[in-house]
Design a protein around this ligand. Structure first.
Ligand code: SIN
Length: 330
């Protein structure tokens, strides 16, 4: 059974009774408990033996204590870490004595490391360690990550996850926020879930102006040829957990396939506003020597851009992607 919000069980509020669908405000202003399950019904809750897990919210985000991830990790510890990532979607490791190579070693435990697709096209520039994306942000090079997104959702195979290492953190500010898009799906009104379950949406990197601004016209042309818009199911069923998650985001999703622009905009707005509810969020306050890994399928993230003129430098390694599959393998 999927949990539902109170308003959904009770049917639409009286003032919208004549409307065909709940509107964004019906969903956004629904009050009452928003309590999602941390695990899908297919997963069993078990204790962890190899480290201590400190959940930060009921469904998303946990700090892992008692592990140095730069060293050798046994198969049993890795299996437990995989289980913990399925359970909490974002894992945080504090006080890590880890360099770039250790970062790479740890990331490669989760699957093939994936260069950012654009970096691959630029590989002729001679950059040798393009598997690590260094995000340097300061007053002359502002942030572009302060919008909710899944990394590279515009790719046929969006990355399954990423490992982010704090290289230089501002004294205050520069937090990263994640949302649990499985909890968001579960707590949508039943009528909205029925409306979106079989639908697909288009994702296009050119939707984000900042991407284009940092490219030459020649690069834009070449990259568009290599990475044209793609279509993904709006609801991705994660094979390992059976969890259904919402897979549309403000940066890259352009439209819902088969709907008119107005209806598509209305439905996407409703989903975006719902996804952003604080009950689904986890906020990480970075400290030096902190590393975080997230599941890029079951979460969206947002890097808070409140720290200028301080600098913020992060190293990100992405884990190779898979093609999203909708409900029932469709
Ligand atoms: C990202 O958007 O992948 C980076 C997040 C961050 O810098 O906190």
């Amino acid at each position: 059974m999927q949990p539902t919000i109170r308003e959904a069980d009770a049917g639409p509020p009286a003032h919208t009774a004549s409307k065909m669908h709940p509107t964004a405000s019906d969903v956004l202003y629904a009050s009452g408990p928003l309590v999602a399950a941390r695990l899908s019904e297919h997963m069993e809750r078990r204790d962890y033996q190899g480290f201590t897990v400190h959940p930060v919210t009921p469904t998303i985000g946990a700090e892992i204590e008692g592990l140095q991830i730069g060293g050798e990790l046994s198969e049993s510890v890795l299996a437990e870490l995989r289980r913990a990532l399925h359970e909490f979607k974002v894992l945080v490791f504090r006080d890590q004595d880890i360099d770039r190579d250790g970062h790479r070693r740890f990331a490669s435990c989760w699957g093939p490391i994936e260069r950012h697709p654009f970096t691959s096209l630029k590989a002729s520039s001679g950059q040798t360690d393009a598997d690590v994306a260094t995000l340097v942000r300061h007053t002359q090079r502002g942030a572009i990550e302060n919008n909710w997104h899944n990394d590279v959702s515009w790719h046929e195979r969006p990355s399954v996850g990423a490992v982010l290492r704090a290289v230089e953190v501002p004294a205050v500010g520069g937090d990263t926020l994640w949302v649990d898009t499985g909890a968001a799906y579960d707590l949508l009104p039943e009528s909205v879930r029925q409306r979106i379950d079989g639908l697909w949406a288009e994702h296009d990197w050119r939707q984000t102006e900042e991407f284009g601004q940092r490219m030459t016209p020649d690069e834009i042309g070449r990259f568009h040829q290599a990475f044209p818009p793609v279509e993904h199911p709006i609801v991705w069923e994660i094979p390992e957990t059976g969890r259904r998650v919402l897979f549309v985001n403000t940066i890259f999703t352009t439209r819902i396939i088969g709907l008119g622009q107005e209806e598509s905009d209305e439905l996407l707005t409703l989903l975006y506003r719902h996804i952003r509810r604080p009950e689904f969020q986890f906020r990480l306050r970075w400290r030096p020597d902190t590393v975080a890994i997230w599941d890029n399928r079951s979460t969206q993230h947002y890097a808070s851009s409140d720290y200028f003129p301080q600098r913020r430098v992060m190293d990100r390694i992405s884990i190779g992607g898979v093609r999203p599959v909708g409900i029932g393998g469709k």
